[in-house]
Design a protein. Sequence first.
Length: 406
Amino acid sequence: MDWNEEHVYTVSDITFYIESLFEGDPNLTDVTVAGEVIDCRTRNNHLFFSLKDDYASIGCVMFGGAHMQSQLESGQMVQVVGDVRVYAPRGQYRLLCKKLKLLSGRGAMFLKLKETYEKLNRMGVFSRPKKKLPKFPSLIGVITSRDSAAFQDIMRTISERFPFAKLILYHTGVQGESAKEEILRALSDANLHELDVVIIARGGGAKEDLWLFNDEDVVMSVYELRHPVITGVGHQIDTVLVDLVADVAAHTPTAAAQYAVPDIRDVMSNLRQSLEFCFANVLRTWNGVEEHCKELLLKMKSGVFDSLEDFRKLSQQRLEEMKSAVDEKIDSLNRRMELLGAKLNLLDPISELKRGYAVVEKDGVRVTSKSQLSKKDVIVIRFHDGSARVIVDEDRGSDERAGEDR
């Protein structure tokens, strides 16, 4: 259709154009649709009803299908094959059904499961990052029935693997009309307590028995738990929606308990290996340090010996320098002593005596003048090799003067 803003179209023009789009779309031909039946009625031997899910509904018609009225009721789940077409008189689209099949309870459950999964998936419930499980939990919450084999398996497994952990049971029914309210209450109670991890468990059973764990409200309550969650619902081949929001999904209750706690035997073995590894590292480090110390000691010894030898050589050099300086000083002193000796010799009276001079003393007093002597005085004449006592016999002063006159 060539659209023109100046052209005014009729309702039929628009409707027939939309009808051509529906008829030309292969995705709207021979489509299979499943849903819940509502507003089922017959008119002119034709069967009219609607199919709905949580978000939408579509009108359906099955021409000549009035004979199915007795089989089809509102609330039933059906699967139909047909073409989506436009009903021009009312401007509505509807599904012209060619085939119709009643779904069993299992089929209806599967359809509901698919709808719930798609809804929660669009909300991002299944894509949230997983919480990390604690390595050594001390307080574990268990949501299950107190009378169930699942609880017995969990208690036995944890007691054998890690008896230090304490269990808190949040009793709940796991099937029946009241099970949903009980498990929602148990989940709410567990969320109030300071737990290290929560185990949600149920033993195996038929698909219908596990359906509680696909319920949207239950899944959201598990999603909103602030603790790490481990699920152990059913057997190995069973998968429920709570598994997808759990942080760890185990195949059985026993496996859930194994995920929750470490095996004390493995812990002790790992501890022993760690200690052995640490001891080996310490021993290796000690040996390395010992070798390094030996090398340092040898270097220190070599350094000390070198230093001592250098010190010895330096000391010898200094001693020789000091000896030389002392010798020079002694030589200088000797020369000075000789000079002083020579000077002293000049002043030494003995040397004068050796040359023939004598010293005259009277009464211990040196006589320096003849006038100090009188006849009969006893005087001592000292020579260089001794002394002599003499008596003044005469005065020779007149003789000496007479000699001088001659």
